[in-house]
Design a protein around this ligand. Structure first.
Ligand code: HEM
Length: 462
């Protein structure tokens, strides 16, 4: 055979192989009734494009509309960007057979109770969480308690240059831990923080269980946290001293066999884990947005000075004061809209699901992408402008398509806790201090809201 002929054959074979690889997933996942879209390469699908986030989503929406198929993160997936359909799915998820699709790294390190499909376990764990941190607990006793913590946290910042990202993380972590376990020696809080950071990193890492990997370190840290907390439970149970913290309430519940020790440990970790990034990055961002928008800063100051006028300086903020902070809530919602910390919510079908004329096969993921909803010019005029007033025009909570805290049976149980922390932080921060941003801060809004080198501000007395 002449050499050029071989070259043709080889070239032809390579081309066929390439074509087969390119079409493999499309053929493998071909079903009647699926939405449009492409499935990418075998095994990896379109993961690298998917991870680009907003650019990929916008491009696909322009090509296929609000519902399209893809293959990413190891699974065939339907992406849904329609606000009404997303809301419908969340409100009816149990009825239509959707389950959570948390990554295994989170389930193995943080826990499985909140991810339970079994609605009895989920309802019980959720109920306990809500009794600790829901609206009723805030109305009854949490608001003044949080106010006391926030006063001491924000004490003595004037004259300093601080990294507000680092301070906000401290507020998120220590604020939660001290609410859960009060009056322990510093060594306890420090050990816990160190282990928590390892767990947090491990929960976001690939499932490679070999010494040295972040996932492995996360699992080890979880075992140590269990030991630390079990020791604390034993100490508490053996002592007659009572405490005014979440742990005391959880142990009291467990006496009636309501929650096992393992369940209590998971709840403690869940409260800290779920609130850490969400609280710290949102707090950093509203400090930034208020700094850049003097009119909004002026309006929020007026709201808080008006509140202070009716109170003695040492008098703590109570539920009624907190309920009056409507502009502050608008600032928080506007911050969450612009700097979305939850880009989308992942679910999995447990049976074939009919959706908007399509059939989604059993076992596929549905990614309810919500990031662009907040930036949609048809829903929000001038969507890139920080404009808290937009939340007052229609009532702060009436944007039912925004899904900032989710909705339905899995709506965020930490909503009240996060809003109350933000409100109390802002109450003291804007009435006590002015701040100037130091030049050179860099901010990333995707995939996480983060200032890679910190967000530095110079603080002075107001
Ligand atoms: C700015 C702050 C926060 C935001 C924007 C936020 C957002 C959300 C969203 C969108 C969901 C729905 C997830 C889904 O449907 O898959 C959720 C669920 C959840 N959040 Fe939050 N969250 C925040 C703070 C907190 C805090 C402070 C806690 C502390 C307890 C918390 C605990 C949880 C838990 C346990 C769930 C799962 C609920 C369930 O499956 O029933 N969150 N959050």
């Amino acid at each position: 055979m002449a050499i050029p002929e071989i070259v043709y054959y080889v070239f032809g074979l390579v081309l066929c192989a390439f074509f087969a690889l390119w079409k493999w997933n499309d053929l493998k996942y071909r079903r009647k009734g699926l939405p449009p879209g492409t499935m990418g390469l075998p095994f990896i699908g379109e993961t690298s494009l998917f991870l680009k986030g907003p650019d990929f989503m916008k491009l696909r929406r322009s090509m296929y509309g609000n519902i399209f198929k893809t293959h990413a993160l190891g699974s065939p997936m339907i992406v849904c960007m329609d606000p009404e359909i997303n809301r419908y799915l969340l409100l009816n998820e149990a009825k239509i057979g959707l389950t959570l699709a948390y990554p295994d790294s989170i389930k193995n390190i943080i826990g499985v109770n909140m991810a339970q499909v079994n609605s009895t376990v989920h309802k019980r764990v959720r109920g306990t969480l809500l009794s600790l941190i829901g609206p009723a607990a805030h109305r009854d006793h949490l608001v003044p308690k949080l106010d006391r913590c926030m006063r001491s946290f924000l004490h003595n910042w004037a004259g300093k240059t601080i990294d507000i990202q680092q301070k906000a993380r401290q507020m998120a972590f220590m604020g939660s831990l001290e609410q859960i376990v009060e009056n322990e020696p510093n060594s306890f809080y420090e050990s816990f923080e160190d282990l928590f950071v390892k767990m947090s990193l491990g929960s976001m890492s690939p499932l490679i269980k070999i010494p040295g990997t972040k996932y492995y370190q996360g699992l080890k840290a979880r075992t140590k946290v269990n030991a630390l907390l079990e020791e604390l439970f034993a100490k508490r149970k053996a002592s007659s001293v009572t405490h005014d913290d979440f742990l005391e309430q959880l142990i009291r519940n467990s006496d009636s066999n309501y929650n096992s020790t393992e369940e209590i440990i998971e709840q403690i970790i869940t409260i800290i884990y779920a609130g850490y990034d969400s609280i710290s990055s949102t707090a950093m961002m509203f400090v930034k947005y208020l700094h850049d928008n003097p009119r909004a800063l002026q309006a929020i100051r007026e709201e808080h000075f008006a509140l202070q006028q009716n109170k003695r300086p040492e008098e703590l903020i109570n539920w009624n004061d907190y309920k009056k902070m409507s502009f502050t809530r608008a600032v928080i919602f506007e911050t969450l809209r612009l700097a979305s910390i939850v880009n989308g919510l992942a679910r999995r079908t447990t049976s074939d699901l009919e959706l908007n004329g399509f059939i989604i096969p059993k076992g596929w993921k549905i990614y309810l992408y919500k990031r662009e909803i907040g930036l949609d010019p048809f829903l929000y005029q001038e969507p890139l402008t920080f404009n808290p007033w937009r939340w007052l025009e229609k009532g702060v909570e009436s944007h039912n398509y925004n899904l900032l805290y989710g909705t339905g049976g899995r709506e965020c149980p930490g909503k009240e806790l996060s809003i109350s922390r933000f409100c109390l932080f802002l109450h003291h921060f804007v009435t006590k201090y002015r701040w100037e941003e130091v030049q050179g801060n860099e901010l990333l809004l995707y995939p996480r809201v983060i200032a890679p080198k910190g967000l530095h501000i110079r603080v002075s007395d107001y």
